[in-house]
Design a protein around this ligand. Structure first.
Ligand code: GDP
Ligand code: MN
Length: 395
């Protein structure tokens, strides 16, 4: 799960991570009022979307930049008016961009230097890792690619946690001395505490700014939370903005299904993540393109199967469906009943290939055969993939 920058700022404040004061606004008038409330000159208006690269982004109305430094409340109102309700395209949003329905108005700071600072979970070492760089700002991906020696890495011991000496080491590597080092160490420590206590899988601050009056402040915030920990993060869950997520994935999560939308035209409905991955592979191997990853889990109910079908059919790119079920815990006949219910309810007219194997398979196949629906049976994975690829190519 991700959150917006304005929400991240609230977490920063709660945990004592230094960040300029800000207010969120949903209309141009609110933006003007927020600017007046924050007061003074030197403010920044920032489009709130779940994507980075906003500074260099462009709105579909031609307006350039999702981050603008301004001076008056009138300007805040005017800039907010150009952003709100518009779609912002950045290198992270994809060409379709993201709709901006809120802007952040924050106190602007005068930047002397932009660093990069992130905490994330590193799977290769099974440790939380600190990634930092003096080359902060807007192009960290390029820094990592072209000058990897400028990326500082520090791994956190799982039981000891982030140590003060490690914070000092990172601050020193960023060239921070004296009072700046003290502030940086305080900020890193607070951020690590926030990261652990909120079950984050990523906190990225880019830029971590050094101001001309020698303050260390977090100017941007990108958060990822571990979905498997959300059950114990009730406050974090309230920050979820489902309008930023793929609607198909939102619907799937309501039914406890693991669904990831893809760009192809062959939908798959599979039980088990490993089998779902192999199903996508074999579709590709036979020249097709999967429209999704969908794992209905080990013990899906008839209703879950029906819901899965409806989500699949909600994707206009889908031209055919492959159901691949290996019934271990799953009863093949439950799947068959779910498929039929969904096919009847949705008036399914797309080619449908079903491969069932395992627990109660004979009854499942019998149920499908008796349904009178145009379902193509398949005996193994290769057979199933070849049949659906051929059916979609013919359609
Ligand atoms: P991103 O492009 O989505 O990563 O958005 P950021 O919040 O990182 O903003 C992009 C850039 O705008 C930063 O790298 C800064 O150079 C600049 N910026 C952001 N906030 C301020 C600010 O308060 N004052 C000034 N002068 N520049 C800012
Ligand atoms: Mn940034």
């Amino acid at each position: 799960m991700n959150i917006h920058e304005y929400q991240a700022k609230e977490l920063f404040e709660k945990f004592g991570v230094a960040t300029p004061k800000g207010k969120v606004a949903a209309t141009a008038e609110e933006a003007g009022a927020a600017a007046r409330e924050i007061g003074g000159t030197g403010l920044v208006v920032k489009a709130q979307v779940h994507a980075g690269g906003r500074g260099k982004g462009t709105f579909t109305n031609g307006f350039k930049g999702g981050v603008h430094v301004i001076n008056t409340a009138e300007e805040a109102q005017e800039i907010a008016g150009k952003m709100l309700g518009q779609t912002l395209v950045t290198h992270q949003t994809g060409p379709e961009g993201k709709l901006v329905s809120k802007v952040l108005i924050a106190k602007s700071v005068d930047i002397a230097k932009e660093h990069y600072f992130a905490i994330l979970f590193d799977r290769s070492t099974s440790r939380h890792a600190i990634i930092a760089s003096t080359e902060g700002g807007m192009n960290i991906e390029e820094v990592a690619e072209k000058t990897p020696e400028k990326i500082i890495k520090e791994f956190v011991h799982p039981t000891l946690g982030l140590q003060a000496y490690q914070c000092r080491k990172i601050a020193a590597a960023l060239g921070l001395r004296g009072a700046l080092m003290t502030q940086a160490v305080k900020l890193f420590t607070a951020l690590y505490k926030l990261y652990i206590q909120s079950d984050c899988s990523l906190v990225e601050v880019n830029p971590l700014a050094i101001t001309t009056d020698n303050q260390v402040v977090a100017l941007d915030a990108k958060f990822n939370f571990d979905d498997n920990a959300l059950y114990r993060q009730k406050d974090i869950v309230t920050l979820r903005d489902t309008s930023e997520e793929d609607p198909r994935e939102v619907a799937a999560s309501e039914f406890g299904l693991s669904y990831i939308g893809l760009d192809g035209n062959i939908a798959c409905l599979v039980n088990g993540a490993g089998l779902a991955m192999s199903t996508m592979d074999i579709i590709k191997f036979h020249g097709g393109e999967p429209a999704n990853f969908l794992d209905v889990g080990g013990g899906a109910s008839k209703d879950q199967v029906a819901a899965a079908f409806k989500i699949i059919l909600g994707d206009p790119n889908v031209k055919g469906i492959l159901v691949n079920i290996f019934g271990g815990i799953m009863d093949c006949n439950v799947i068959a009943t779910g498929i039929i219910a969904a096919a009847q309810e949705t008036g399914l007219s797309l080619p449908l290939v079903v491969r069932l194997e395992g627990n109660n398979v004979a009854a499942g196949k019998e149920t499908l055969a008796q349904s009178g629906l145009a379902i193509t049976g398949a005996d193994d994975l290769t057979d199933a993939a070849q049949k659906i690829v051929a059916a979609v190519a013919a359609a």
